[in-house]
Design a protein around this ligand. Structure first.
Ligand SMILES: Nc1nc2c(c(=O)[nH]1)N[C@H]1C(S)=C(S)[C@@H](COP(=O)(O)OP(=O)(O)OC[C@H]3O[C@@H](n4cnc5c(=O)[nH]c(N)nc54)[C@H](O)[C@@H]3O)O[C@H]1N2
Ligand SMILES: Nc1nc2c(c(=O)[nH]1)N[C@H]1C(S)=C(S)[C@@H](COP(=O)(O)OP(=O)(O)OC[C@H]3O[C@@H](n4cnc5c(=O)[nH]c(N)nc54)[C@H](O)[C@@H]3O)O[C@H]1N2
Ligand code: SF4
Ligand SMILES: [Mo]
Length: 730
């Protein structure tokens, strides 16, 4: 018998509210809930493919162990946990706890208990080596606020703003950064209709750029130049918010000196942005009080991502684009503790260099976490502290980490390589154990992770939350486990106590989060863990559960408070390191790079999520591979027709790409999605039409990297392009 049940999608981090038709315990179709007050019925092709994903013949229904012949065979998950626990105990006894590392990737987030329990297990072991994808994503998003300080009144609300700037973010497709990610296309459309002026800085005429009043299309990697140009113009033309800057900011004179070289003419020459357009963007941005600017992955993956993020914050501060005392707090938290906000600066704090030190390139912990770009080296470099065991939770290092050749060497060097994945990913194929987890509709879920993504400006614009119980059964005959249960199982076997910490809110009056010691004899339920993670929440989880369709839990009284009288902190607009970087930028020579005349830039495809979704037929109807999009005139000049195979070569490595024409790109650019291909191997590499190729191979981790987060050039990579000369794959 069929029934229609409420749930929410966890294919990406937008958590769209859905109605799932369930027949005999299996999902058969998914539609958006058109009555939902924040998503208005939206789903994308990935959400509608949830039934296919759950029933995918490629899906792992049992955990796998790699035999001495290199082949993977099913293993009961309890036995896998016994063996893995024994191996970890031996490694820790022989090499110390630092020899065990955890990497949590994209699909750790949709399972709220997964990272807390995995992290608690790692801490109980005594290892500090918890890496995440944040430092190979947008490390500047966390590092820049540390250097600038955080405005404790909060950012202006997109849904009520008059002006907005997106720097290398495309929320229409990515549903991620820059504007709230709940049906962002409609949100953007409605905003423009009510008068919002959108400014987009992107070498590509992205879907978001199509809604822009001003679209600056600079040379890739020139964001620091363009943003410094905007800052300079706003200062020189005296378009700043005088009262706000005088009261709340420190360093304006020093900033003025550092941006002096970035005149509109200089920006035009260097970044190829017409001076008049730059001026138009600066005037527009400064002319409205209610607004904001945000960076996405584009500038963060190009050179000097911290500086681009920093200058974006500086632009917000100079123009006073922050909330003031008495302004409404439109999302005072739901599953998180109550948000507190005061119209005062939070002082800057260290962005890097504290905590655990890496053994390479002078890197250490950062405000964005440990530098993941150093993890392959940590595995490969012999000596005290060498990483010997890696646990990947919902991540795919072989597809996602920069420097694919080095990653491959690292995966092969590990004594113990464990991944938790729903399929035999490129990483799983190299792993000793692949733990097969339950999938989203088979487990309880809550929207706490989406709510917690406020620093990425993708959290809920209103106090919305949803809880979903498991609504389908795991496939018959399967032996599946939730991710948290795996780490809990290891801890039980190793006799380690686990303590998890509840979610905490930002804000000057936030209380320290509650902790819960887990019962290690009798396994808690997922729901009990959810209770522990939402201790102190503004709305009790039990109340959220009473509204299975998801609901807004208003608090119209929540307002930004007055500053504390004793507050003396200032927002720093001339951080020493950032100003020194700006001076370096100003001193750089620029012009045509004859050896590597093109710039390969990052971008996302609508129907796949990083390396996930490529095994679902409805999602790869258009592209099975990752096309190398180029301007038609570039293709003509290179003698390439759409659909032909090109060799794309960086100074370090080369990959093949199937070229595709895109009018909206500036010339000199190759725009190519990541996460495709497989491990480096001549056979895999020639299957470019079938599986695409991995852009991460073009990015060595030990050249041209950020000295703090370690992120190498992953966008705006200098490359040359020519017709592929070897055997042409069909
Ligand atoms: N060159 C280049 N490299 C990049 C980027 C880029 O733009 N260019 N982008 C970077 C960014 S922003 C990020 S966030 C990282 C992503 O880095 P990762 O998170 O390491 O990579 P993903 O490809 O997202 O890997 C997700 C894995 O989770 C598996 N999976 C899917 N569903 C589930 C599930 O329900 N449970 C579990 N346990 N696993 C599941 C998928 O099969 C896949 O293997 O990559 C980064 N790498
Ligand atoms: N459908 C889908 N959605 C996703 C993902 C996915 O793979 N598919 N991945 C998810 C993940 S992990 C993340 S982190 C987010 C990312 O979310 P976004 O950062 O919004 O990602 P993109 O859509 O790639 O948009 C980045 C934009 O930056 C531009 N760009 C590239 N280089 C430069 C540069 O040097 N300067 C400037 N100014 N712009 C540049 C690109 O042209 C592109 O339009 O998306 C998430 N959402
Ligand atoms: S946007 Fe994300 S959450 Fe919404 S349906 Fe698509 S994949 Fe699912
Ligand atoms: Mo990401």
């Amino acid at each position: 018998m069929a029934e229609v049940l409420d749930s929410f999608c966890r294919f990406c981090h937008a958590s769209c509210a859905i109605k799932v038709t369930v027949e005999d315990g299996c999902a058969v179709s998914v539609i958006g809930n058109k009555d939902n007050p924040v998503y208005w019925g939206y789903t994308c092709a990935k959400g509608r493919a949830l039934p296919a994903q759950h029933a995918n013949p490629e899906r792992l229904l049992r955990s796998m162990k790699r035999g001495s012949d290199g082949r993977h065979r099913p293993i009961p998950v309890d036995q896998a946990m016994d063996e893995i626990a024994a191996k970890v105990s031996r490694l820790v006894a022989d090499h110390g706890p630092r020899s065990v590392a955890l990497y949590t990737g994209t699909y750790s987030l949709p399972y709220p208990a997964a990272t807390p329990v995995a992290g608690a297990w790692l801490s109980a072991l005594g290892s500090p080596m918890h890496f995440t994808s944040a430092t190979i994503d947008q490390p500047g998003k966390m590092i820049a606020p540390a250097l600038h300080g955080v405005w404790q009144g909060g950012a202006c609300d997109f849904d009520h703003a008059d002006v907005w700037m997106l720097v290398g973010a495309n929320p229409t497709i990515a549903k991620s950064i820059g504007i709230p990610c709940m049906n962002p296309a409609k949100r953007l459309h409605d905003a423009v209709k009510r008068g919002l002026q959108l400014i987009v800085i992107d070498p590509r005429r992205s879907e978001a750029a199509k809604a822009a009043a001003v679209h600056l299309q600079p040379r890739p990697g020139e964001d620091p130049t363009v943003l410094a140009g905007l800052v300079r113009y706003i200062l020189v033309e005296d378009l700043i918010d005088h009262d706000f800057v005088a009261d709340q900011a420190h360093g304006v004179d020093r900033l003025r000196q550092a941006v002096a070289p970035f005149t509109p003419d200089y920006v035009e020459q260097r970044a190829d942005v017409p001076a008049l357009e730059l001026v138009r963007a600066a005037r527009l941005f400064a002319s409205r009080r209610n607004g904001g600017a945000n960076c996405g992955t584009g500038p963060n993956m190009a050179r000097r991502g911290n500086l681009s993020e920093y200058l974006t914050l500086v632009l917000n501060t100079l123009t006073g684009h922050w909330k003031r005392a008495g302004d409404p707090i439109r999302n005072p938290g739901v599953l998180m503790p109550p948000v507190t906000a005061r119209a005062q600066p939070g002082a800057p704090y260290p962005g890097w260099g504290f905590g655990e030190k890496m053994r390479v390139r002078g890197l250490a912990n950062t405000a964005a976490g440990l530098p993941t770009a150093a993890l392959a080296d940590e595995i490969l470099l012999p000596g005290e502290g060498q990483v010997k065991a890696l646990f990947s939770l919902g991540g795919n290092p072989m597809a996602a980490w920069p420097d694919q050749d080095k990653t491959l060497a690292a995966m092969r060097a590990l004594d113990l390589n464990v991944t938790l994945d729903i399929k035999m990913s490129a990483t799983a194929k190299l792993a000793d154990y692949v733990i097969a987890p339950k999938l989203s509709l088979e487990v309880p879920g809550m929207t706490l992770p989406t709510e917690s993504l406020t620093p990425y400006a993708m959290g809920y614009p209103v106090p919305y939350a949803q809880y979903s119980p498991a609504i389908v059964d795991p496939p018959e005959g399967s032996d599946l486990i939730e991710e948290w249960e795996f780490f809990y199982g290891l801890a039980q076997r190793m006799d380690l106590p686990l303590t998890i910490t509840a979610a905490w809110s930002w804000g000057p009056d936030a209380e320290s989060p509650a902790t819960t010691e887990l019962d290690m004899r009798s396994k808690p339920t997922t729901d009990a863990l959810f209770e522990a993670l939402t201790k102190g929440s503004r709305i009790p989880l039990a109340e959220v559960k009473r509204h299975p369709e998801g609901r807004i839990f208003e608090d119209p009284t929540a307002r930004v408070g007055l500053p504390r009288p004793e507050c003396t902190a200032k927002l720093e607009v001339a951080d020493g390191t950032m100003m020194a970087e700006l001076e370096e930028v100003a001193g750089e020579s620029f012009g045509r790079d004859r050896a590597f005349p093109y710039r390969l830039i990052s971008r996302r495809l609508p129907d796949v999520h990083n390396s996930a979704g490529r095994d679902i037929p409805s999602l790869v109807r258009k592209y099975r591979y990752n096309p190398a999009f180029m301007h038609p005139l570039d293709l003509e000049m290179l003698g390439l027709e759409p659909g032909s195979v090109a060799e794309i070569q960086s100074e370090y490595a080369s990959i093949l790409g199937i070229v595709e024409a895109e009018e909206g790109l500036r010339m000199g650019v190759v725009s190519m999605p990541h996460g495709f291909g497989d491990a480096p191997d001549p056979d895999n590499d020639l299957r470019v039409r079938e599986i695409g190729s991995n852009t991460g191979r073009l990015s060595p981790v030990d050249r041209d990297y950020d000295p703090y987060s370690g992120i190498p050039l992953m966008s705006a990579i200098p490359v040359r392009v020519r017709r592929h000369q070897g055997p042409i794959p069909d």
